[in-house]
Design a protein around this ligand. Structure first.
Ligand code: GDP
Length: 296
């Protein structure tokens, strides 16, 4: 993940750092290299343009041309802007003062939604001491309910399921009642995904949203699918106003474009990163640490 991007950015910045003084041309050259590296990493082209413009303006404005050791400042500016690009601060779930806090999970089939549902349950149990229920409302993907029963059980969450024959909206409503009765702090609702965004998927999601009135809608986005992931996020955002992103499969050899573009394109932050198939490979997303990782 980010390997090629890291390598290229680090080479460019090492070159800049190694110079005694910087000319305007040096900065322009560095910006060209950064632009290319980001485009090759599959970052959205508008995002790349804005990013390099901002960095260039800040470098010029920082009055570093002709100064001694200006490279360090350029590195600092690139770091700060990468961090800002990914949302700046790390975010969190919004907890309702009246439990259960309801979290609706959305995303395409195969994005890692069901896995993330169990991972998030485990995370909230551990980080916040929450008692968590998960609702199996993905009734279309074969075996999704069984999968949630299995992984939900593994993390010690209560799994609310009614098989695959009932309407997912009814299951969601029923699960919320159960969670209330059981005194759960959090209910995470796994919904169905399809292979692409379609009206039926969005309708169902909206109906579940109306039924359970979630405090958080999280979109699970597969980092491996690059720009497609960002387009999908944009389409979801237009239909249901989600609050944050869980970026899955960040352990793979994704080039990084999705992680770097999604906040700028959708306006919604990445809250969590899923980094493997194991249920504890899940963490809060920290833009500063990610920028550090990219720049080494
Ligand atoms: P859903 O259709 O969106 O519910 O997707 P699943 O949760 O079933 O995940 C699809 C596949 O991706 C499964 O084989 C998961 O084990 C795998 N997967 C999910 N999250 C991750 C992740 O963060 N890293 C890796 N490497 N695989 C993941």
């Amino acid at each position: 993940m980010f390997d090629a991007l890291s390598e290229k950015l680090q080479a460019t910045l090492a070159d800049v750092r190694g110079r005694g003084t910087l000319t305007e041309d040096d900065i322009k050259k560095a910006m060209r290299e950064i632009r290319l590296a980001l485009l090759e990493a599959d970052v959205n082209f508008k995002v790349v343009k804005e990013f390099t413009n901002t960095v260039r303006e800040r470098c010029m404005g920082a009055d570093i041309v002709g100064q001694l050791n200006p490279g360090q400042q350029v590195v600092k500016i690139v770091h700060e802007e990468l961090e800002a690009l990914m949302g700046g601060q790390s975010g969190d779930i919004v907890f309702s003062p009246r439990p259960p806090t309801v979290i609706l999970m959305a995303g395409l089939q195969g994005s890692g939604k069901t896995t993330a549902t169990a991972k998030l349950a485990k995370f909230l149990q551990k980080e916040h001491g929450s008692s968590v229920g998960v609702a199996a409302c993905d009734v279309y993907r074969p075996a999704a309910v069984d999968q949630l029963v299995k992984v939900g059980g593994q993390v010690g969450a209560t799994v609310y399921e009614q098989g695959t024959d009932r309407d997912p909206v009814d299951i969601a409503r029923w699960a919320l009642d159960q969670a209330k009765q059981d005194g759960k702090d959090v209910l995470i609702v796994d919904t169905s995904g399809r292979l692409h965004v379609d009206e039926k998927l969005m309708e169902e999601l909206k109906n579940i949203r109306t039924a359970v009135r979630p405090h958080n809608i999280l979109l699970v986005v597969d980092a491996m699918t690059g720009q497609d992931a960002v387009n999908v996020a944009e389409q979801f955002g237009a239909a249901v106003n989600f609050d944050g992103v869980i970026m899955s499969k960040l352990d793979g050899d994704a080039r990084g474009g999705a992680a770097l573009s999604v906040k700028a394109v959708t306006g919604k932050p990445i809250l969590f990163a899923s980094t493997g198939e194991k249920l504890d490979q899940f963490e809060r997303f920290h833009p500063d640490r990610m920028a550090q990782r990219i720049l080494g």
